[in-house]
Design a protein around this ligand. Structure first.
Ligand code: NAD
Ligand code: UFG
Length: 330
């Protein structure tokens, strides 16, 4: 199939392009490079030895999006393009609502105009709010604590309503848990802007001695050791989950958790990193981070049952691959 991958130069998008190309699909990337670099597209070509069609456009630009749909016979869209920094979304809510919602609506409209029936959305476990773990797709969603999370919940609702009105439209809403790791080659991975907010990139920079020590946000949560528990998923498993979602997409709206189904605490992750890479990670316990929940992990059985997909790579490989990329990146 010819797949339009918005945000394909970004972290999850680039790994998904590799998985799509390896599965025999043709990939057309649309990215404005606001949080990525064009060199990533070359790395995808280098890794797969396949062509990638690249458009440097903003997917909120309806004319630019229409040009892609008229130049190519698109079979499906995977919509990764979006702003994703939770803290920044509180400071710049309009930028987040505009970018993440307008892009979804413009792409959905282009799909309607050009008869494209397959649409896959990057959603997030954040839409579950502070539900009881494990999170199951059938749960009622609880309010999120920030505009970023709201854009994901709203994008899901918009696509639900469009699909209700257009029964031939096939939508997959993929709720990611905590993507970490990098392609096993070390050629592509996550490149956070400035000081990382997320745990794994922070840990790799402490390991690299670019940052002095990890600050663990709270150790009195009701969890195994008091630190926050998350469901870390290797980005290549996540990428393969998209291929499975696309290959199995049928009419209507389908929601899938893409997680490993296992909870790992902050301290467990630090220990796994130390074990995997033989490097000590100094840390201190500090105040809780506002908006954090104690535990977030998936019931990942629906994707296994319906898509035949489950996460294969363990936390040790996530730590090893994250570290390899940290050492390789320019
Ligand atoms: P990323 O920032 O690495 O990738 C997003 C890409 O989209 C970037 O290359 C950026 O340049 C591009 N982009 C942003 N706005 C655009 C626009 N208007 N037009 C064209 N390109 C645009 O982020 P990521 O981690 O790869 O996340 C991909 C998607 O997955 C996002 O929608 C994000 O919200 C969602 N998600 C991410 C996580 C996570 O922890 N990384 C968790 C849940 C959901
Ligand atoms: N943590 C620390 N110190 C740090 C960074 C994180 O102790 O320097 C802790 C957090 O308190 C949390 C855990 O490590 O317990 C994971 O934190 P991350 O920031 O890596 O990830 P979150 O679970 O907070 O958020 C991620 C994405 C969001 C997404 C959410 C739910 O960043 O975009 O998962 O899917 F909404």
């Amino acid at each position: 199939m010819n797949i339009l991958v918005t945000g394909g130069a970004g972290y999850i998008g680039s790994h998904t392009c590799v998985a799509l190309l390896e599965a025999g699909h043709t990939v057309i990337v649309a990215d404005n490079l606001c949080n990525s670099r064009v060199e990533v597209v070359d790395k995808i070509k280098q890794l797969t030895k396949k062509e990638v069609i690249f458009y440097q456009i903003d997917v909120t630009d309806i004319a630019a999006v229409s040009t892609i749909f008229s130049n190519h016979s698109i079979d499906g869209v995977i919509h990764f393009a979006g702003l994703k920094a939770v803290g920044e979304s509180v400071e710049k809510p309009l930028a987040y609502y505009y970018n993440n919602l307008v892009s979804t609506m413009i792409l959905a409209e282009a799909c309607q105009n050009y008869g494209v029936r397959r649409f896959v959305l990057s959603s997030s476990a954040t839409v579950y709010g502070d539900n009881t773990v494990p999170f199951v797709e059938t749960m009622n969603l609880l309010p999120t604590t920030n505009p970023y999370g709201e854009t994901k919940a709203m994008s899901e609702r918009i696509l639900n309503d469009i699909a209700k009105a257009n029964p031939a439209f096939s939508v997959s809403l993929l709720r990611y848990f905590n993507p970490v790791g990098a392609h096993e080659s070390g050629l592509i991975g996550e490149v956070p802007n400035g000081i990382p907010n997320n745990l794994m990139p922070y840990v790799t920079q402490v390991a690299k001695r670019k940052l002095e020590k990890l600050r663990i946000f709270g150790n009195e949560y009701p969890t195994v050791d008091g630190t926050g528990v998350r469901d870390y998923i290797h980005v290549m498993d996540l990428a393969e989950g998209h291929v499975a979602a696309l290959d199995n997409l049928t009419e209507g709206v389908h929601i899938y958790n893409l997680g490993s189904g296992n909870g790992t605490s902050v301290i467990e992750l630090v220990k796994a990193f130390e074990e995997a890479n033989g490097i000590e990670i100094p840390y201190e316990i500090v105040e809780r981070r506002p908006g954090d929940i104690a535990s977030c992990y998936a019931d990942a059985s629906k994707a296994d049952r319906e898509l035949g997909w489950s996460a294969k790579r363990d936390v040790i490989s996530m730590c090893r691959d994250s570290w390899r990329f940290e050492n390789n990146k320019e």
